[in-house]
Design a protein around this ligand. Structure first.
Ligand code: ADE
Length: 232
């Protein structure tokens, strides 16, 4: 099975590449894709660069050019739900775009015609992740993730996103990857470790915890890959 493993930033995929042998490098459409074997899984790994456009491009390229048939995203997020603390892991049950807005035409926030407000993550992948969490004794929360092309460092904006979409965490790539995978019928899973609380300290906290939280997410991703490898 060909499995895509995406991050948005170098820090999010370096801890993944570090654990793989015989990694090959491919340059496609102004980005670098890495391929490697992990057990019986053919992995395609890349960081997209930050934001919805770059992440959609990378997801589409992985599917179209590299034949990816399952997509996993690993990275960091800002917490909305106060129960989420720095370093906590959250798996998206569904994702939305908090900055997509044509409400002037009577549509709800996050909706455009022929689209949908929420894209649901693959139920089987969520089960596999729960099983990996159980086996490794790692706590994995589930929740709604809201995506937008903005780094949120503002309590009022964060609360609005939480109230409008019922979101637990926010980041800048998950929903765009979800839209691409949904269109191509590729099951996907978005995993994030909390790096900040999207509040006035978010910039400082993000810089402080990016590496450690990205590594937590990457480490748990391997538990999921082990489970996926055994499940097939
Ligand atoms: N990713 C991690 N923290 C974030 C934040 N506060 N806003 C947007 N994306 C993030």
């Amino acid at each position: 099975m060909i499995v895509g493993v995406m991050g948005a930033m170098p820090e999010e995929i370096e801890p993944i590449l570090d654990k793989l042998d015989n990694v090959k490098r491919h340059e496609v459409a102004d980005n670098i894709y890495y391929t490697a074997l992990y057990g019986s899984l053919d992995l395609v790994i890349a960081y997209s660069k930050i934001g919805k456009v770059f992440s959609a491009l990378t997801a589409a390229t992985m599917i179209e050019r590299f034949g990816v048939r399952k997509m996993l995203f690993s990275g960091v997020a800002g917490a909305i739900n106060p129960e989420l603390r720095i370093g906590d892991l959250i798996a998206a049950t569904k994702l939305c775009q908090h900055d997509l807005e044509i409400t002037a035409f009577g549509h709800p926030y996050g909706y455009v015609p022929e689209g949908k407000v929420f894209v649901e993550a693959d139920a089987r992948m969520l089960e596999i992740a729960a099983s990996a969490a159980h086996k490794t004794g790692i706590k994995l929360k589930r929740g709604v993730i809201a995506t937008g092309d903005q780094f949120v460092a503002d309590t009022r904006r964060k609360e609005w996103i939480g109230e409008t979409f019922g979101a637990d965490a926010l980041e800048m790539e998950g929903a765009s990857v979800a839209v691409v995978c949904d269109a191509w019928d590729v099951p996907f899973f978005v995993l994030r470790a909390i790096s900040d609380a999207a509040d006035m300290d978010a910039g400082f906290d993000f810089d402080t915890f990016l590496k450690s939280s990205a590594k937590k997410s990457a480490d748990f991703l391997f538990a999921i890959l082990d489970e996926l490898d055994q499940a097939k």
